[in-house]
Design a protein around this ligand. Structure first.
Ligand SMILES: [Zn+2]
Length: 71
């Protein structure tokens, strides 16, 4: 299976976070992303948070440029 990534630039947040994370499995990425959401964004680790994070996963690797809809 290929890389899967999440790009914090796509997710609206008060911090204007520019972090992107990539991993070989969704499980690995989910754990890293949950840690990041909790530690950096102050979220609670809930099933809702995990579902939200998973819905922002993409196949491939993070683009160099910011997504067009990022501020
Ligand atoms: Zn972030």
């Amino acid at each position: 299976m290929g890389r899967v990534f999440i790009d914090c630039r796509e997710i609206p947040s008060e911090k204007k976070c520019s972090l992107a994370m990539a991993a070989d499995s969704e499980k690995e990425l989910l754990e890293a992303a949950v840690q990041h959401a909790v530690n950096t964004h102050g979220h609670k680790d809930t099933p809702e948070l995990r579902a939200m994070i998973k819905s922002a996963f993409h196949k491939g690797t993070p683009p160099m440029a910011s997504p067009a809809h990022a501020a």
